[in-house]
Write a protein that binds this ligand. Structure first.
Ligand code: CAA
Length: 241
C-alpha cells in the first residue's frame, strides 16, 4: 500500500509542486490549505489529490484535520510542514498582529501538526518529517524580523525532534530554499527584487518550485533513513551556511 504524505499549504506555490512530486513518486497525498478555495478546487481537479481546509496555526483544528485525513486515507507516514506566509515590514513599523500571524502560521504550525502525527509514527516505528524553512531563517532578511525568527525556529525544532525520534525510525529534516519564483516572491516590490535580491544569487535566477519538491521527495524516501536533523539548502549559492 502506498504511504500517505500530508503537505500543509499543499495546493499553491512550493507546496503545490511538493504535492505533485510526492504523488508522482507513488505516495497517497493529502494537501491542506488555509483559505483560497478557488485555487484548491482547481488544484484538486487538475491533480486528483485530496484537499483539506484548516488553519495550521490552530492546534485543535490540526488535531481534527489529521484525524479526518487518517480516517479517509490511512496513517500519515510523511509530514511536510510547508504552509507559510509573509507580512514583511521593518521592525520599527511592525504591528503585533503581523508578528503573531507569521509566528503562528510558520512556526506554531510545526508543533500543532507534528505533535498530532508523532505518536502514531512512534507506534509504527516509521516516519518522515520535513519542514520548509528559508534562507532568511539562516541569514536574516531586511524587512522580515517575524519571518526570519519563525524560519530560524524551524531549525531548532528539527534538531530537537530528530534526536527524540531517531531510535523510532523517524527522520526529521529541514529544507532551506532561497528565492523561488512563486507568488510570495513576486509580491516583493520589483525594484527591491531586481536591485537587492537577484544580483545576490550566483546562479543568476530564481529557483523553481520543482527544485524544492525534488529535495522533499528525496528526504521522504525510505532509503533516506540515515539523514536526520539535517538542513538541505537549495538557494542558487546565495548563502552558504
Ligand atoms: N537591504 C538594505 N537596505 C534595504 C533593503 C535591503 N534588503 N531593502 C530596502 N532597503 C532600504 C531601501 O533602500 C531604503 O533606503 P533609503 O531610504 O535610503 O532609500 C529603505 O531601506 C526603506 O526601503 P523601502 O522604501 O522599500 O521601505 P518600505 O518600508 O516601503 O519597505 C520592505 C520595506 C517591506 C522591507 C521592502 O523593502 C521589502 O518588501 N523588502 C523585501 C523583503 C524580502 O526580501 N522578503 C522576502 C519575501 S519572499 C520570502 O520570504 C520567501 C523566502 O523564504 C525567501
Amino acid at each position: 500500500m502506498a504511504r500517505v504524505a500530508l503537505v500543509t499549504g499543499g495546493t499553491r506555490g512550493i507546496g503545490e509542486a511538493i504535492s505533485r512530486g510526492l504523488k508522482e513518486a507513488g505516495f497517497t497525498v493529502a494537501a491542506t490549505y488555509g483559505g483560497n478555495d478557488e485555487a484548491a478546487n482547481k488544484f484538486k481537479e487538475e491533480t486528483g489529490i485530496h484537499v483539506f481546509k484548516w488553519d495550521v496555526g490552530d492546534f485543535d483544528a490540526c488535531k481534527a484535520g489529521i484525524a479526518k485525513v487518517e480516517a479517509d486515507l490511512g496513517p500519515v507516514d510523511v509530514l511536510v510542514n510547508n504552509a507559510g506566509i509573509t507580512r514583511d515590514g521593518t521592525l520599527h513599523r511592525m504591528t503585533p498582529e503581523n508578528w503573531r500571524a507569521v509566528i503562528s502560521t510558520n512556526l506554531d504550525s510545526l508543533f500543532n501538526m507534528t505533535r498530532n502525527v508523532i505518536e502514531g509514527m512512534r507506534d509504527r516505528n516509521y516516519g518522515r518529517i520535513i519542514s520548509i524553512s528559508s534562507i532568511n531563517g539562516q541569514k536574516g532578511q531586511f524587512g522580515q524580523a517575524n519571518y526570519s525568527a519563525a524560519k530560524a525556529g524551524v531549525f531548532g525544532f528539527t534538531k530537537a525532534v530528530a534526536q527524540e525520534s531517531a531510535a523510532k525510525g523517524i527522520t526529521v529534516n529541514a529544507i532551506a530554499p532561497g528565492y523561488i519564483g512563486t507568488e510570495m516572491v513576486r509580491a516583493v516590490p520589483e525594484e527591491v527584487l531586481n536591485t537587492k535580491i537577484l544580483p545576490l544569487i550566483p546562479v543568476g535566477r530564481l529557483g523553481e518550485p520543482e527544485e524544492i519538491a525534488r529535495c522533499v521527495v528525496f528526504l521522504a524516501g525510505e532509503d533516506a533513513g540515515f539523514i536526520t536533523g539535517a538542513t538541505l539548502t537549495a538557494n542558487g549559492g546565495q548563502y552558504m551556511a
